[in-house]
Design a protein. Sequence first.
Length: 281
Amino acid sequence: RGVVGLAGLVGGWSGGGRGGRAGRGVVGVVGLVGGWSGWSGELCAKGGAYHLLLHTNRDRGRPIGRFERREQADSVPMGFYVDRILPHITNLALSGQEIGRVRRRVSSRLSGDVLEVGFGSGLNIPHYPAAVRRVLAVEPASQGRVLARNRLAASPVPVDFVGLDGQYLPLDSSSVDHILVTWTLCTIPDPARALGEMRRVLRPGGALHFVEHGRAPDQQVAEWQDRLTPLQRRLFGGCHLNRPIPDLIAGAGFEMQHLDRYYLKGPKPFGYMYEGVAVPS
């Protein structure tokens, strides 16, 4: 009968979200990230339709968004979910003040022609430095571009969408000055291939600027990451909680210039961060 009350399970860690049974299908998954973002919600399937209802934690009685689609089958079609609904969730979950400070740090040393793999809804746009000449964006979700419209219109930096898949970059070798990836490597099916492509398109003297969540050094947290990752992948577009980010970057032929490791506020299995700069070795 699907997944029941996942948000209630994680809500005990994060203080966000609520779970419950609503017919058959997926229930209450949005509360998973409520503790980070100040919002919560429910995704449920009932009577052949599925609904996403979002609330601010300050006003549980007033929804801030509702999305509904009716299907013949009881299950949620993941293609539509990943392309149209999940971008709304990540746009909210990754737009808080703490996340904004991280984005600002990671983007601060960019210049020239920048490739952003995993552009999402354009949440990095306000943090592009004046030294950036243009951004080449790679983003598979069409709804991400829709959500980015106002940010794109206000951006002093031109943004060109050049591809859908970080594993196959439609760019010449040595064609960009810097690469920006923020919370992206967790979802790419073959991160080693994607990182190899990033290394290929970097010009001499260029760097990879990144922040990613990944495998925690604490054994108990890492064990929870292993337990939760199969479900996390299904609910959040292939997202892995347990990828060894520094090893992946080094394995693609990069050398770390700078690397910070820390937990964000919130549930530890979802919040261990790797933030840094790497250059081709």
